[in-house]
Design a protein around this ligand. Structure first.
Ligand code: KG4
Ligand code: ZN
Length: 354
């Protein structure tokens, strides 16, 4: 499709990485987040969270895309204000091309491509799962992570083990066969009558309970893959037993269930992370994605690193859940490679990361 000034994107200005000002637009699920970076330094980030989904116990795709439409212009204005930049300062626009919810991706991608076209600057199509890993290279994270490393991405939609050789070179070595880790947290939270997203709430209540109070069926999955659907069923059985025909879970039991579920999910993740790191002969590990904000997982990964003498990389909270900064930084690496996107590229709801 010919859309006029499309060809401008093929000429990438030779701006040094450290000076280039890149906008990053994230809209793959229910967070609209936009950041401005100079090199790998965050100048400013602004986000809008969607509360509309809470009463449905999960993201409703149609509502998500409508909310992105309402939020995207004010979020851009907020990001520019926080970073003390104007539109004319921008030297590139990076956006999440996929994977994610098609309607949500469409809003961000159409907005990003229109902006790049109108400003006559290059566009960069970013893979959301790569971006979660790239977040480790932010100047206020661990700007020079040890490589190669075994990186565990744990989010609402994905659970992946990646052999990471550089921000631009990574390979998926294990994945979930059913639910993602974040999905497991959210589904258990829903069973417990907790608000969406349930992960942070389970984390909070887990701090008040006994992680050894309940035990759940352990998944039997070979290799570096994961499974969480059996755990969900096992929690349901425990709840039925504890409720014993009643409808309300006593406060103490609720806290113990949360602590035990969190310990079970963290146990599965740590076991697979350790196994894969050994299998590839590595000595550096990382976690990233929304569930990497979980206090139990953060502690367990630190403990694993200490026990095995491995270097550990855990992102600051602002780069755990979906954020525009990780998209902008992945755009910076794409710019270095001259991997400019195209203005007529459609978003990809499904996009495997090889
Ligand atoms: O990476 P993210 O923001 O979005 C996706 O790409 O999915 O991850 C969102 C997921 C949700 O499932 C949410 O419940 C989970 O991350 N999450 C947590 C915590 N904070 C966010 N899960 C457990 N403990 C937390 N503290
Ligand atoms: Zn994500």
């Amino acid at each position: 499709m010919d859309i006029g000034r499309h060809s401008v994107n093929l000429v990438v200005p030779a701006i040094p990485f450290s000076d280039r000002i890149m906008l990053g637009i994230e809209s793959s699920c229910d967070d609209t987040s936009i950041a401005v970076l100079r090199g790998n330094e965050l100048l400013g980030q602004f986000a809008a969270v969607q509360h509309v989904h809470a009463k449905y116990g999960g993201v409703v795709p149609e509502f998500a895309s409508r909310a992105h439409q309402a939020h995207i212009v004010p979020v851009l204005e907020g990001a520019l204000e926080k970073s003390r930049c104007t539109l004319t300062d921008l030297q590139g626009v990076a956006y999440t091309r996929g994977p994610g919810l098609q309607g949500s991706l469409l809003v961000g991608s159409a907005f990003a491509r229109s902006l790049a076209w109108s400003l006559d600057i290059p566009i960069y199509a970013v893979h959301h799962m790569q971006a979660h890993v790239v977040a480790h290279w932010m100047s206020d994270a661990a700007p020079n992570p040890d490589r190669p490393m075994m990186a565990l991405t744990v989010s609402g939609g994905h659970t992946q083990l990646l052999h990471v050789r550089s921000p631009q070179d990574m390979e998926v070595v294990g994945t979930t066969l059913d639910d993602a880790a974040g999905e497991a947290f959210d589904k258990v939270a829903k069973m417990l009558g907790l608000p969406y997203p349930g992960g942070p709430e389970v984390d909070r209540l887990a701090g008040l309970g006994d992680p050894g109070a309940f035990t759940f069926a352990e998944p039997r999955v070979s290799g570096h893959d994961f499974s969480f659907s059996g755990l969900k069923t096992s929690v349901l059985r425990v709840l039925e037993r504890e409720l014993n025909g009643g409808t309300t879970i006593p406060e103490g039991v609720l806290q113990d269930v949360c602590a035990s579920v969190q310990a079970a999910i963290v146990g599965i993740l740590i076991h697979k992370l350790e196994q894969a790191t050994d299998a590839f002969g590595l000595s550096a590990i990382a976690i990233q994605g929304g569930v990497s904000a979980n206090s139990g997982l953060r502690q367990a990964v630190e403990a694993l690193g200490l026990r095995r003498g491995w270097k550990v990389h855990i992102p600051p909270f602002r780069y755990c859940t979906d954020n525009g900064a990780m998209i902008a930084l992945t755009g910076q690496y794409a710019a270095e490679l001259g991997a400019t996107g195209k203005l007529d590229e459609a978003p990809l709801a499904r996009w495997p990361l090889v």
